[in-house]
Design a binder for this molecule. Structure first.
Ligand code: HEM
Ligand SMILES: *[C@@H]1O[C@H](CO)[C@@H](O)[C@H](O)[C@H]1NC(C)=O
Ligand SMILES: *[C@@H]1O[C@H](CO)[C@@H](O)[C@H](O)[C@H]1NC(C)=O
Length: 530
C-alpha cells in the first residue's frame, strides 16, 4: 500500500481543520452572535420577550403549549389569541406587549401587532423588506418560486403579467365556471341527503377542498381537475414533511443537515418531482394543442395568459416572463387558489351553523338578489352585502393566513422604532383582528353587523383588518376569492339548512393556512329550491 507523503497529509489536515473551524464560527455567528446582537438593539428600545434559547429558541415551548390543549376547545370567545394556531401570541403577548422578540429556531423574530407599524413597514417601506431565506426555501419547495416569493423588479413584472386575469372584467366571465366547479360535490350532497330521508351528516371539509380545487382547475387551467388534485396532494405531503423537519433538533443543529439524503429528504424529493412532472404535463399539453393546430391560441384563462406572455421566452431565460415563470406560477396558483378559499368557506359554514339567525339572513338575501341559478351574474354577486359582512367577520376571526413574515433587508428607522438589518418581522394578522383597541369591547363576539358600513368603519384603524395582506404584495386573488366564496355559499344556502353536528370538535390549527384540525361535520337538511 502506498503511503501518503507527510507534507500532503499535513496540508490535508490543515484544510480539514480550517473547514471545521470555519463551519463552527459560521454556525456560532448565526445561532449566537446575531440573535444576541439583535436582542441587545431591541432591548435598548424597551422591546423584550422570552429568554434566548440556544438553537431551538421558543420552538419546543410553543409546540408543547399547542399540544397541551384538549381536542375540543370552547367556542364562545373569539379573542382568545388563538393558542393552537399562533401559540406565540397567547404565550408572549400578555407578558411582553404589542411588540416582542422571540426565537423561531435560530431566527430572531420581532412580532408586531400594531397596525400603525404594520402599515409603515408593509406599505411605506415595502421595498426594504424581503422574504426570510428559510421561508423562501420552504415556500419554494412546496409552491415554487412564483409571484409570492419574488421581490423587486422581477416581482413587479410578474404581477403586471398576471394581474389582468383577476380584473373585474375577467372575473365576470367566470361565474358559470365557478358554479360548475361547485356542482359535482353539491349534487353528491343532495343525493346523500335524499337517500337518508332529507337529513344527512357529512364532514364537508374534504369536499370543500375538492370544490375549490375544481374551481381553480376550471378557471385557471382549463379543467385539469384530476391532475390538479394530484398536484395538491403532493404539495400537501411535501409541506407536512417540511414541517416535521422543522421540529427536529438536527435540522437546526447540524449544518447542512437539510441537504443530507435522509429518509425525509428522499420522500420530499419524490413528492417534489411528482408535482413538477404533473405541472409540466399540463403546460406541455396546452402548448402541443397550439403547435399541432388543435387550438389557435393559448386561451385567456390563467395558463393561457401566462403562455402567451412567455412564448418568446420559452427556450431562453432572457425574457422576464419565461418558461420557468410559467412553471413556478402554475405550482403557486394550484396551492394558493384552493387551501385558502376552502378553509375560509369552511369557517363561514361553521359560523352560519352556529348563528342560525345570520344563516337565515344570508339565505334571504341570496333569494332576493340572485334568483334562478342560470341568471347569476357577477354584478349581482357583488351586491350580496349580508353574505359579504359574514365573510369579512369570518376572515376577521379565522384569517387563513394568521401571520405574514418578512426580513429587514436594511436598517429601518420608523417613527419611534429602529429595526436593524437582518431582523425577521412577523405581522400578526390574527392578533390585530382580535385586539379590543381596534374593534371595541365586543371583539370576542361573532358580529357581522360591525361591517355594515364596510371594513373601514368596522375598526378604528384601516389596517387592523388585513386578511388578504397589505401593501403592494397584497393577495392578487382577493376579488376572485370573495366571488368564489359568495357563489359557493349561495348555492349551498339554497339547497340546505346547515346545522352544526355534535361531533364537531373545535380546534383551529395551522399547517400552511388556518384550518379545523378535526374536520367539519355538518348536518345538512334538504330545502326545497325556490
Ligand atoms: C380567502 C382566500 C384567500 C386569502 C385569505 C388569501 C390571503 C393572502 C395573503 C395574506 C397574501 C399576502 C402574503 C404575503 O404578503 O406574504 C396573499 C398573497 C397571494 N395570494 Fe392570496 N389569499 C386567498 C385566496 C387566493 C386565491 C384564490 C388566489 C389565486 C387564485 C391567491 C393568490 C395569491 C397570490 C399569487 C399571492 C402573492 C401576491 C404577491 O406576492 O404579489 N390567493 N394571499
Ligand atoms: C436532499 O438532499 C440533496 C443532496 O443529497 C439536495 O440536493 C436536496 O436539495 C435535498 N432535498 C431537500 C428537499 O431538501
Ligand atoms: C369586506 O372587507 C373588504 C376588505 O378586505 C372590503 O373591501 C369590503 O367592502 C368589505 N365588505 C363588507 C360588506 O364589509
Amino acid at each position: 500500500m502506498e503511503t501518503v507523503p507527510v507534507n500532503v497529509r499535513n496540508a490535508l489536515a490543515v484544510v480539514v481543520a480550517s473547514v471545521i473551524v470555519y463551519s463552527v464560527i459560521k454556525f456560532l455567528r448565526v445561532s449566537v452572535w446575531q440573535p444576541l446582537r439583535l436582542r441587545r438593539i431591541m432591548a435598548k428600545q424597551g422591546v423584550s420577550g422570552p429568554p434566548f434559547r440556544f438553537v431551538r429558541g421558543q420552538f419546543v415551548e410553543m409546540w408543547k403549549f399547542t399540544e397541551s390543549f384538549p381536542d375540543a376547545l370552547p367556542i364562545d370567545d373569539f379573542a382568545n389569541l388563538t393558542p393552537t394556531v399562533t401559540p406565540q401570541n397567547a404565550l408572549y403577548y400578555p407578558k411582553y406587549g404589542k411588540i416582542y422578540l422571540y426565537w423561531w429556531g435560530t431566527i430572531t423574530r420581532l412580532a408586531v401587532r400594531d397596525p400603525k407599524i404594520v402599515k409603515e413597514l408593509m406599505v411605506s417601506n415595502h421595498e426594504s423588506l424581503t422574504r426570510l431565506q428559510s421561508e423562501s426555501q420552504f415556500l419554494a419547495e412546496v409552491v415554487g418560486k412564483g409571484l409570492l416569493t419574488q421581490v423587486g423588479e422581477k416581482w413587479a413584472s410578474e404581477r403586471r403579467t398576471l394581474g389582468p386575469f383577476f380584473h373585474q372584467k375577467s372575473l365576470e366571465g367566470m361565474v358559470g365556471a365557478i358554479m360548475e366547479g361547485a356542482a359535482t360535490e353539491l349534487q353528491k350532497w343532495e343525493q346523500e341527503v335524499e337517500e337518508r330521508g332529507g337529513t344527512a351528516e357529512l364532514d364537508v371539509e374534504p369536499d370543500l377542498h375538492k370544490i375549490s380545487g375544481r374551481i381553480i382547475s376550471r378557471t385557471a387551467f382549463g379543467d385539469e381537475f384530476e391532475i390538479g388534485e394530484q398536484i395538491f396532494k403532493f404539495q400537501t405531503l411535501l409541506s407536512q414533511e417540511l414541517l416535521k423537519g422543522f421540529r427536529s433538533t438536527a435540522y437546526w443543529l447540524v449544518p447542512g443537515y437539510r441537504n443530507l439524503p435522509t429518509k425525509r429528504n428522499r420522500s420530499m424529493n419524490l413528492y417534489g418531482s411528482q408535482v413538477d412532472a404533473l405541472v409540466r404535463g399540463i403546460i406541455n399539453a396546452r402548448r402541443e394543442a397550439v403547435q399541432k393546430g388543435v387550438t389557435s391560441s393559448y386561451g385567456d384563462d390563467l395558463l393561457g395568459r401566462m403562455l402567451t406572455a412567455a412564448t418568446e421566452g420559452w427556450s431562453a431565460n432572457t425574457k422576464e416572463f419565461n418558461q420557468l415563470a410559467v412553471f413556478n406560477n402554475c405550482k403557486l396558483f394550484y396551492f394558493a387558489g384552493q387551501d385558502t378559499v376552502a378553509n375560509a368557506i369552511g369557517f363561514m359554514i361553521l359560523m352560519l351553523a352556529l348563528y342560525p339567525e345570520w344563516q337565515d339572513r344570508c339565505r334571504q338575501e341570496v333569494t332576493e338578489i340572485l334568483g334562478d341559478e342560470q341568471d347569476w351574474r357577477a354584478s349581482d354577486i357583488s351586491r350580496l352585502k349580508v353574505v359579504g359582512m359574514v365573510f369579512n367577520e369570518t376572515l376577521r376571526i379565522f384569517p387563513p393566513a394568521s401571520t405574514l413574515t418578512r426580513v429587514a433587508a436594511k436598517d429601518l428607522q420608523l417613527e419611534g422604532l429602529f429595526i436593524p438589518k437582518g431582523m425577521a418581522i412577523e405581522f400578526s394578522l390574527a392578533a390585530m383582528h382580535q385586539d379590543k383597541d381596534y374593534w371595541g369591547d365586543d371583539v370576542g363576539k361573532f358580529n357581522p353587523e360591525r361591517f355594515v358600513n364596510g371594513a373601514a368603519s368596522a375598526c378604528t384603524h384601516p389596517q387592523a383588518f388585513s386578511p388578504f395582506g397589505l401593501g403592494p404584495k397584497f393577495c392578487i386573488g382577493n376579488n376572485f376569492a370573495v366571488m368564489e366564496a359568495k357563489i359557493v355559499l349561495a348555492m349551498m344556502l339554497r339547497r340546505f339548512q346547515l346545522v352544526l353536528s355534535p361531533n364537531y370538535k373545535h380546534h383551529p390549527t395551522s399547517i400552511m393556512v388556518q384550518s379545523p384540525k378535526f374536520g367539519l361535520p355538518i348536518i345538512l337538511k334538504a330545502l326545497k329550491i325556490t
